[in-house]
Design a protein around this ligand. Structure first.
Ligand SMILES: [Fe+2]
Length: 352
């Protein structure tokens, strides 16, 4: 019979106080199976504490400990609790049969043995144990494979949206790296707001793509060195709706489109494109709004220099409750206050 493990013989521990029975077992099974004999329960448990076997044949009636007691001890010990047991018994009545199975035996064999019946039952158990082990190994290997694939596809997604963010930023010569910095700021805001790691990763992705609609706005307007006309400003504003139209197709991640659409909404309802107010604006967009403003103020623009840190702080504080959700404005102010050397932006850029 094929045990499924090539040339390695299965090992059975046979426990019986009668040496004649041990010889009989050896005679019936010994050709294809390695038989280890023990004459009592204590020695059997001692053996199992040090060696692993594929099956235990346990005599029911033994002095000191009977087969059921030995099996109960085995079930309490980690190193042997999963080893299958067949009980050998001369007396079979309903009570004994019930006790044998309740104690966890996989089968029982009547004494005196019918050689073929013993062989059949032993091999059936060995094969089913082998299949179970194989199935567990296969399931574990499939799980590892699935985890590795998931990680690889997450990495591919991260790299793809980072490349997209760089494409967006390449279009605006004054705000290079803006999307990446905003994404890093919002991730910090989300972390300080007590969001889970998964949520922080999500908000980071939304931050990376919040300005994707700029792809649809002419470069001449984005990079115009002087103040924008009313009409040009309206065109710039359309990057929110263009962005949400682009990202709407990513149905697995609907917040990407919402973040792109709503990041210029204002807490007091005077923002665009939908004039949403307060908690009507999704949380991610409220976080982006404050991070976006911080990055704009700490970036050099064509028409002005970088603002001094104290003025940036003042502007964020002034916008709390009007432009920004006060909760996230406060978190941003905390980040600014901790940034005594004005290194926040540089640290984030160094990490690119
Ligand atoms: Fe924007």
């Amino acid at each position: 019979m094929d045990f499924g493990c090539g040339s390695v013989k299965p090992i059975i521990l046979a426990v019986d106080d009668d040496p004649v029975n041990l010889s009989l077992i050896e005679g019936v099974l010994g050709e294809e199976i390695e038989i280890v004999g023990q004459s009592n329960g204590n020695d059997a448990l001692e053996y199992l504490a040090h060696y692993s076997v594929d099956l235990v044949l346990l005599d029911y009636n033994m002095p000191e400990m009977n087969g059921i007691e030995v099996m109960k001890c085995m079930k309490r010990r980690m190193e042997m609790k999963n080893t299958p047991v067949i009980i050998l018994t001369a007396e079979v009545d309903i009570e004994i049969e019930t006790e044998v199975f309740q104690a966890g035996a996989v089968d029982f064999v009547r004494k005196p043995f019918v050689p073929m019946a013993l062989q059949e039952r032993v091999w059936r158990v060995l094969q089913s144990e082998y299949l179970k082990k194989n199935l567990r190994r296969e399931a574990a290997s499939q799980m590892r494979l699935a985890d590795a694939r998931l990680l690889a596809s997450e990495r591919l997604f991260d790299q793809t949206i980072l490349a997209l963010a760089k494409t967006i930023d390449a279009k605006d010569k004054y705000t290079q790296g803006h999307s990446k910095r905003v994404a890093d700021y919002v991730r910090q805001i989300a972390q300080r707001a007590g969001e889970s790691l998964e949520k922080q990763r999500e908000i980071y992705c939304i931050g990376l793509l919040h300005d994707i609609g700029k792809i649809g706005v002419p470069s001449a307007i984005i990079n115009k060195p002087s103040r924008l006309t009313e009409e040009e400003y309206e065109t710039i504003k359309s990057h929110t709706t263009i962005g949400s139209a682009i990202l709407r197709n990513i149905v697995e991640f609907p917040k990407l489109a919402v973040g792109a659409r709503s990041h210029h909404e204002r807490w007091d309802g005077s923002g665009y494109p939908d004039g949403l107010k307060g908690l009507e604006i999704c949380q991610e967009a409220r976080m982006i709004a404050v991070a976006d403003a911080y990055d704009a103020m700490t970036s050099r623009r064509s028409y002005r220099d970088i603002m001094p840190q104290e003025r940036v702080r003042r502007e964020i504080a002034r916008g709390s409750g009007t432009q920004f959700d006060p909760k996230f404005a406060e978190i941003m102010l905390g980040m600014i206050d901790e940034d005594v050397d004005f290194r926040m932006r540089a640290v984030i850029e160094d990490g690119e």
